[in-house]
Design a protein around this ligand. Structure first.
Ligand SMILES: *[C@@H]1O[C@H](CO)[C@@H](O)[C@H](O)[C@H]1NC(C)=O
Ligand SMILES: *[C@@H]1O[C@H](CO)[C@@H](O)[C@H](O)[C@H]1NC(C)=O
Ligand SMILES: *[C@@H]1O[C@H](CO)[C@@H](O)[C@H](O)[C@H]1NC(C)=O
Ligand SMILES: *[C@@H]1O[C@H](CO)[C@@H](O)[C@H](O)[C@H]1NC(C)=O
Length: 530
């Protein structure tokens, strides 16, 4: 009742009085400024008004399903679901009737490592134009446009004249979610993908299985999740679930790269695939425990080829993450068949050589399947020969030396060492993530070029669907700007009011992003009515 009256009063006010006036943001926040910072960004004091009832996002170039979907989505993101306020502007107010969306080429179907995300966005005192050679650039530009729009004192939608030329500094800007230590619902995975799109991140690294559980429901090997999931009915991702998540990400220009970590981190695989894991021995007898995948029997590789050929069909991205980290040698050491095999093959006692033997056969299978792969740094640290198009993910301390070492070998790399967002402490910590730079190592320009980006990691020991979003966001926005914006955009004091606005914007859009840096407020709080 009360609210109805307020709306009526506002409408009445608009009908008679609307003129544009300065708007105050909550203290310490910008108003209508983008995050991450574009490569080139100029805004002007000319204010424009958007009429939510009539404003159009109008394709003037090529179009496709992704564009149509994005236009529907961004109308809702900009104006929200509430009924449009009607107004009759005074003659001195510039009203922006539409945004021309100029996609200059046909759409690509899937985002990829090679996709271009450039766009230009120009808003003058009477026109607005978004142009890009690719649908991916259009998606990034629509996101930026939506961020430029803010609410005036009477709830009207305002926008400043602006000129933006933009492209990402790094092409791989990822977030790792772990769905093995704790199961994450499909809805929460999608919410995270939305938050990624709001921050222009473009790779969902899905650490889908691990020691603790195997929630991926395989077509060819359904026993893996029947036996290895926490619950075979409720704690799984069916083929339909996976397809739905990939599609949700695709239309937002986000790649989905699954990780199937082997030969370590694979306890859950052993339950449904008998004979896959190494039997551990005590006093000359199997002791009932199992270790990493058994590298010395051919059945292992027959299975892996079958499994990864399915993975290649299910996930459209060229790249799969093959893991390869933290292989414990104790069980291999205890097993007499393995000792014998190593003697026969001329490397007695050299367990990193055995690991190399496994990785080489596994990566040969991937090559045969024409698949690209990402691996954790240990694989190259242990001397495994990898194809030149391999991407090495660096996660350990001392990453500056490792970046130099890996790129010296001519291999491409992504950094995650400084972005383990699963670690928390009391107080604001986003500036720590903001200050880490993937070019922070001694190397030539060629070496720097081999750094294709980075990923934040949200390991799943202490998060599930209740808290994963708020633990990641908005701290992860710091990583997003580091990976998108120019290297020179690095002053945390300058960034602070903008990241605060970005957090409030995410909240307004329904993302439960936690407070960043102590006391404060958003003009529209979480779940409140606009
Ligand atoms: C937008 O225009 C208003 C009014 O001229 C001005 O006060 C404000 O600083 C401008 N905002 C930006 C981001 O340029
Ligand atoms: C896209 O951005 C890159 C810089 O990453 C630049 O070299 C290239 O010319 C841009 N292309 C277009 C079409 O704007
Ligand atoms: C296992 O495969 C390797 C490589 O293909 C082959 O050389 C070897 O003979 C096979 N061993 C058995 C026991 O079949
Ligand atoms: C073990 O094998 C690795 C190759 O994987 C090699 O670099 C290393 O020198 C070997 N160690 C010994 C003690 O032979």
């Amino acid at each position: 009742m009360h609210r109805c009256l307020t709306v009526l009063l506002i409408v009445a006010f608009f009908e008679s009085h609307l003129s544009v006036e300065a708007v105050n943001a909550p203290p310490g926040q910008t108003l209508g400024q983008p995050w991450p910072m574009p490569q080139s960004y100029q805004s002007y004091p000319d204010l424009l008004l958007l009429n939510s009832a009539t404003f159009n996002l109008s394709p003037v170039g090529h179009s496709c399903d992704i564009l149509q979907d994005a236009i529907r989505r961004y109308r809702l993101i900009i104006f929200g679901p509430s009924n449009a306020l009607k107004f009759r502007p005074k003659s001195n107010v510039n009203v922006l009737a539409n945004l021309d969306v100029n996609l200059m080429n046909e759409c690509e179907k899937y985002p990829s490592l090679e996709m271009k995300e450039n766009y230009t966005l120009t808003v003058t005192s009477s026109t607005a134009n978004l142009a890009s050679p690719t649908i991916w650039g259009i998606l990034r530009g629509l996101e930026t446009f939506s961020q430029l729009v803010y609410r005036g004192n009477y709830g009207e939608f305002l926008l400043n004249a602006t000129k933006i030329v933009d492209f990402p500094r790094f092409s791989h800007r990822g977030v790792l979610l772990d769905t093995s230590r704790h199961y994450l619902s499909k809805e929460v995975i999608k919410e995270n993908i939305e938050a990624m799109a709001y921050n222009k991140m473009n790779v969902f690294h899905w650490h889908i299985v691990d020691d603790q559980s195997f929630p991926y429901q395989s077509r060819k090997y359904p026993k893996l999740s029947d036996e290895g999931a926490y619950n075979r009915f409720t704690h799984i991702y069916t083929q339909n679930d996976v397809a739905e998540i990939i599609e949700f990400a695709r239309v937002r220009g986000i790649r989905v790269i699954p990780e199937y970590d082997t030969p370590g981190h694979s306890q859950s695989w052993g339950k449904g695939q008998k004979g896959l894991l190494t039997e551990c021995y005590s006093q000359g007898k199997p002791n009932g425990n199992f270790g990493p995948i058994n590298p010395i029997v051919n059945t292992t590789y027959t299975f892996l080829e079958g499994f990864f050929s399915e993975v290649q069909q299910v996930f459209p991205d060229k790249y799969t993450h093959m893991g390869g980290d933290e292989v414990s040698f104790d069980c291999w050491k205890s097993n007499p068949d393995i000792t014998k095999f190593m003697q026969q093959h001329g490397f007695p006692g050299n367990y990193s050589r055995l690991e190399q033997y496994y990785e080489q056969r596994l990566l040969n299978i991937m090559a045969k399947l024409n698949a690209g792969y990402i691996i954790w740094q240990e694989v190259v640290d242990n001397g495994v020969k990898v194809r030149p198009d391999t991407v090495v993910e660096i996660w350990k301390g001392g990453y500056q030396d490792e970046l130099a070492k890996v790129t010296k070998k001519g291999l491409r790399t992504i950094l995650s060492s400084c972005w383990y967002l699963n670690y928390i402490s009391y107080g604001g910590d986003w500036t720590k993530y903001y200050s880490c730079d993937p070019w922070d190592f001694e190397g030539t320009a060629e070496q720097k070029n081999l750094v294709i980006g980075g990923e934040s990691c949200m390991w799943g020991e202490y998060v599930d669907s209740t808290n994963v979003i708020s633990r990641l966001w908005p701290r992860n926005s710091a990583v997003a700007e580091r990976l998108w914006s120019a290297q020179s955009v690095k002053n945390p004091d300058k960034a602070k009011p903008r990241i605060e606005e970005n957090r409030c914007r995410m909240i307004r859009r329904g993302i439960r992003a936690e407070p960043l840096s102590g006391p404060g407020f958003c003009s529209q709080e979480f779940n409140s009515i606009p």
